[in-house]
Design a protein around this ligand. Structure first.
Ligand SMILES: C[S@@+](CC[C@H](N)C(=O)[O-])C[C@H]1O[C@@H](n2cnc3c(N)ncnc32)[C@H](O)[C@@H]1O
Length: 302
């Protein structure tokens, strides 16, 4: 079933999308306002440049506009300009109906800050699905797992979690998020995703949940090239071998600009059987009433 997840943050305190347009977005993370590039925002912002500047603590300015900042090989040439005193990092608390976690925000030189708030509907899906599985200690593999918000949510829901990412400092950041959220015992793997999935298949390992959040381009820890269009089918094929036949779920996120949600859906249909599938766009609603699409997802349960 195609559903569009319009995410309205009016009842949450950890995040707000204030306004978006003219290739940038103005967001609030906890108590701090940030301006960051948004290549898709080709429309005009509602608030004036003056209003943006008056609110903002920091502004990430890229030398070259219009390239995806989520893309690890895009030239992340740029830097932060500060309008007000801003700490190097701070903690925000994500408080949902049934779980709470603490996430460290930090202004990295790439413009990343350690969280993708549009993932909120996936975190809720992960929590609720794990809770509804009919087994004790389900196993979850979170791949391309970044700073581990999904890993910590899965852990709070009661899963045995393996967190896999290619970049060691990012995995250490995820570990901090686990500790700040008063959780323990996530398994940390610094490895190329394709290699690790194959190794798990060889070992006969099976998971109740697999989360995939691949970038358009990426690199494994020893330089292994990841190109979404070239490598996704092999990875999903291996994933189909290591996902339990039932009592299982899988999430695929795709951030490549220009992809339709049907692409995530078709990829899933090429490799998996399921009892239920939902797919669609992740959309952030701004306070100025713009809908900002931030990628596609497909989620299955069986
Ligand atoms: C777009 S981020 C994921 C976002 C995150 N899951 C979230 O929503 O908060 C992509 C991640 O994939 C990792 N990565 C890139 N290439 C990889 C590879 N070949 N194997 C494993 N991880 C990789 C990067 O280090 C990065 O942390």
């Amino acid at each position: 079933m195609k559903i569009d997840n319009e995410i309205d943050f009016s009842n949450t305190s950890f995040y707000k999308l204030i306004d978006v347009g003219n290739f940038e977005k103005l967001e609030k993370f906890g108590n701090y306002y940030l301006i960051r590039p948004e290549p898709q925002a080709i429309w005009q912002r509602k608030k004036s440049n003056e209003e943006w500047k008056n609110l903002a603590h920091a502004h990430y300015i890229r030398n070259e506009q219009k390239t995806s900042y989520r893309n690890s090989e895009s030239n992340a040439n740029g830097g932060w300009k500060f309008y007000k005193k801003t700490p190097e990092n701070w903690i925000i608390s994500i408080i949902e109906k049934n779980y709470k976690l603490n996430v460290k925000i930090a202004l990295t030189s790439f413009g990343h800050i350690g969280i993708f708030p549009e993932q909120l509907t996936n975190w809720n899906f992960i929590f609720n699905t794990i809770k509804s599985l009919n087994i004790e200690n389900p196993t979850v593999l979170n791949s391309f797992a970044y700073t581990g918000v999904a890993s910590v949510v899965a852990k709070i829901a009661g899963a045995n979690v393996t967190h896999l990412d290619a970049v060691k400092p990012i995995v250490l950041w995820a570990k901090e998020n686990m500790e700040n959220s008063k959780q323990t015992d996530i398994r940390w793997i610094v490895e190329d995703a394709t290699k690790y999935f194959k190794r798990e298949e060889k070992r006969g390992k099976k998971y109740n949940g697999i989360i995939l959040d691949p970038p358009a381009y990426g690199r494994g820890p020893t330089g292994e090239k990841w190109i979404l269009e070239d490598d996704i089918n092999e990875l999903l094929h291996t994933a189909s071998k290591i996902l339990m036949p039932n009592n299982a779920f899988l999430i695929l996120n795709l951030y490549s600009l220009g992809f339709s949600p049907y692409i995530a859906s078709n990829l899933i249909d090429s490799h998996f059987k399921y009892t239920k599938k939902e797919f669609g766009e992740l959309i952030l609603k701004s306070e100025t009433e713009f809908n900002l699409p931030l990628g596609n997802f497909a989620r299955i349960t069986r």
